[in-house]
Ligand binder design. Sequence first.
Ligand code: GTP
Ligand code: MG
Length: 370
Amino acid sequence: PEDIRVYEFAEKINRPISDVIKVLFSLGLMMTKNDFLGSDEIEILSEEFGVEVTIVDPKDAFNYEEDMAETIDENATKRPPVITIMGHVDHGKTSLLDAIRKAKVTEDEAGGITQHIGAYTIEQHGEAITFIDTPGHAAFSQMRQRGTDVTDIIVIVVAADDGVKPQTDEVIKLAKESEAPVIVALNKMDKESANPDMVKGQMAERGLNPVDWGGDIEFIPVSAKTGMGIDDLLENILLTAEVLELKANENAMAKAAVVESSLEKGRGAVATVIVQNGTLKVGDYVVCGSAYGRIKALIDENKKQIKSLKPSHTAVVVGLNEVPSSGEIMMAMKSDKEAKEYAQKRHEYDRNKELSHSTKSTLEDMTSMI
Ligand code: GTP
Ligand code: MG
């Protein structure tokens, strides 16, 4: 809390310094622009100016993650939307993505069950759209908790013959919390037992009202099997994205989010990332949590080596010294030294956190013993 000075606070809330000082004076606090604000003062000021303030743990101060708002400047240009496909097991998420890519992902997967998240970029009428296929919601929740969620639009897949199921409910909850716009894909419409009105009714009961019922949620009938409705779905995604006015600066230092990572034979630690800002390039020094390295290769979803990766695009990064966790942020650094330093600090921080956890549990154990 003692981290912020009066002028910094004014900058953050976009108000003249004099306004902030005036309010402080009116409270009997004679402060100048270089004085540090305490948490009480911050609270009062936030109320006075009607802004919401989150006080970041000072231990996080070393963090290399910057606020996206700061890195998106006037040089930002339009970027493609990132779509997360979610839904109940077997409702056809992977098949749908497959139909969209017109490639066969499902068949390669053991038993047709998605073992991991995949991220892919496709093009519709020359416009890119990036999709994330998620087997569960763990990674998604992780990213949300860390505030590194890359999802711009959520597509909830509901099998029209099966309707809303427990995991559909979970997804609805997540979607509401994330505040990302939602599009519902009514899948398996080729089936005779498909009953789109039943699904619409169930979803309306949960506050997701279909546009054709006077609500504001698009329900797109599709069939991953026949390909019916796919174009419609993509058009709707692009329309929704248009309204969001998504932007990023291709020339900034790259910032990307890890959606998946693993240790691969011959390649070492690899991470599938989606670029949030800037352009990630082969040869870049990067830090990613406590991992760091120099990017040796970028491999796109077609297993092709590429030289650079623009905002909202996805590739596998090779060159990290250890496997980062999903939801971690990767940042390009000016030098190997800088990347290493940040990684080192993070490493220490993680270790301290672990230590304080174990101390705490020891104390608890002791108390319970008494
Ligand atoms: P998990 O990743 O396990 O959660 O499943 P998923 O949602 O990715 O479902 P997946 O794409 O694996 O499809 C599940 C089953 O439904 C498979 O047998 C698909 O062939 C079938 N399926 C998917 N979409 C359609 C469709 O539009 N019509 C019909 N008839 N079957 C479909
Ligand atoms: Mg799947």
